[in-house]
Design a protein around this ligand. Sequence first.
Ligand code: PLP
Length: 409
Amino acid sequence: MLAKRSEDKNIVDTVFTMVKKASDAKLKYGEDKVVDVTIGALCDEDGKFTIFDSVSEVYKNLNKMDIAPYAESFIGNNDYLREIKSWVLGDHEEKFNVGAIATPGGSGSVSSTLKNILDAGETLLIPNIGWGPYKIMAKEHDLKIETYELFNEKDEFNIESFREKSSKIMKLQGKVLVIINDPCHNPTGYSMSKSEWESVVKVMNDLSEDGNFILLNDVAYIDYSVKGYEESRKYMESFTNLSPKNLVVFAFSCSKTLTKYGLRVGGSVFISNEKKNIDDYMRANEFTCRGVWSNVPKGGMKLFSTIQSNKTLRDKLTEERDGYVKLLEKRSKIFLEEAKEVGLEVYPYKEGFFITLKIENEKIKESIEKLNHENIYPIQVAHGIRIAICGSPSKKLEGLAKKIKKVIA
Ligand SMILES: Cc1ncc(COP(=O)(O)O)c(C=O)c1O
């Protein structure tokens, strides 16, 4: 029955399995006895799912006609497109040719970029430690995967590996599409420095002599950077030096920015120093919008544009979200200080939802089994074990690093 290319499609959901194990354990032993660090969404200090009041208030008061009809066009509502360009790029917006489309979450942005940049059989470059669905999306579009090492031995962005893999692909297919998930990388919490970004731009420019170099910058967590709004976007300045053969697509998500994961609103904001790149990319993506999802929920777009275009509402949201950024900082300190004390190795965390333990691939499964035995439920990722500090109250993180070190040693 299935198309040949769909015959081997099968999602092995390790996250769901572990979440189920954790909730079974809570029923059996009681909440207090279980450390559940599986939850990838923001939760408060009582362990309750966070829903920003500053967002819910606005949604409740939207006009019915702002929710029920179709969006203004396949690419999204005009005011939404204006606001995502401005929010994602900040004061850099004026420096580039800019385009935007609304997508179903950040996922829609990533997926439509793969679809419109690469042909079936071509290769997508992603980090060796990263968000699992990149691989699923690549398969969905019949793409091959190549990975660059995210970190070097000094725990910095591995620019040598990035250059080596990119140039190999450029030689092979005359075009490169690479994903960088930054700032607040999922699952390590790494954020690149401005000079690391400048080296990336240098690689993009050097290689663009042989073809187009397209960067997909997944900024799903950008609004959780401890640096604040302007500083977190400072690195975009380096894109002013990009060759006209380059395109940067920012995959933006309202899931995290508004804590509205289920509304399915996000977008691609794309920039280039060559206008034709923007026109071409827009034309192809408008077709994809119509051809794949038709249009994005109007109410979700209206929610974002209403808040962002009103300073009072925007400030209220920023203040509420900042409270959680501070909370993440506090939780990360608890875990990291202890980890350092006991010599538990972690990847270089700077900010964001997750911390990841450095574990050799062969030892991951065994370590997780040992942790489960002690009622600790983390998530397995490539080259490590993810601790979701976003979903775990501070009190559950106290003593955790010590315990983990003891269990897996
Ligand atoms: C790294 C990363 N990118 C993108 C997304 C997209 O999320 P959504 O499709 O809900 O906007 C997520 C969500 O977990 C993510 O972790």
